[in-house]
Design a protein around this ligand. Structure first.
Ligand code: F6R
Length: 243
């Protein structure tokens, strides 16, 4: 487990983009696990810049996103399908057929979720999994609870996540109450995990993840047992760490 502390969110984005670029250089047909939300945006912007300068080729890269809301269309401006198009896919040469986001609108979510896990395994597994972290310590949408759930599954979002994500919607009432998320097993099976956290609002979740007992009440804490996990933090997100 490595912890890298940089000055601000922009530098965190550059550090994360460097790790992702190194993965693509090492294995051009790698499988990336990707995240949405505000935190990865600086990293995606850096990757787009590298691609536009001719430094990074996504033509063989495959990607599997962590999660998607249940009950909003893929064209909805807050869907994670749309987010990935807008923030990364439309600006680099990744092939659309190589990008994957869980299906939050499937009629039979358990079987499409199982098929999503199987597709990741068939692709050779995730080489690098990028993660943000929720204020409650969630990774993907694995919310605090009594257990770590292994596979891709449907989850009811916690009130804290609904409140945190209201900023993307017109009102709290518009935030979907459920999502489909990759499970902790798929995340832990990734060969490398890179969690990025920026801003003071994430400092308590980062402290609990790194300094309290490993517990499903703070799902990110399990990453301490991963053989190749890196936390990339800015100074504000690291501000509550005691060591
Ligand atoms: C997004 C995801 C979530 C976010 C987390 C932090 O795909 O899986 O776990 O990473 O909610 O979101 P931001 O970065 O918006 O604070």
């Amino acid at each position: 487990m490595q912890v890298v502390i940089v000055k601000n969110a922009e530098q965190a984005g550059q550090a994360v983009a460097t790790l992702i670029a190194a993965q693509i250089y090492t294995k051009p047909d790698c499988v990336l696990g990707l995240a949405t939300g505000s935190t990865p945006i600086p990293a995606y912007q850096t990757l787009i810049g590298m691609h536009k300068e001719g430094l990074l080729d996504f033509s063989k890269v495959k990607s599997y996103n962590l999660d998607e809301y249940v009950g909003i269309s893929y064209e909805h401006e807050c869907s994670y399908h749309r987010f990935m198009q807008d923030e990364l896919f439309n600006h680099v040469n990744i092939k659309p057929e190589n990008t994957h986001v869980p299906d939050g609108n499937a009629e039979d979510i358990p079987s499409t979720a199982a098929a999503y896990d199987a597709a990741i395994v068939a692709a050779g597994g995730i080489d690098l999994q990028l993660l943000g972290i929720g204020h409650n310590g969630h990774i993907g949408f694995n919310e605090p609870g009594s257990e770590f759930i292994y596979g891709c599954h449907k989850v009811e979002l916690s009130q804290s996540t609904i409140e945190a994500n209201t900023r993307f919607f017109d009102s709290e009432a518009d935030v979907p109450r459920a999502a489909v998320t990759l499970g902790i097993g798929s995340i832990m099976n990734a060969r490398q995990v890179v969690l990025v956290a920026t801003g003071e609002g994430k400092a308590e979740a980062v402290r609990r993840s790194l300094e309290e007992d490993v517990s499903p009440m703070c799902q990110a804490s399990i990453l301490r047992t991963h053989p190749n996990a890196i936390f990339v933090l800015d100074e504000a997100a690291a501000s509550k760490l005691s060591r």
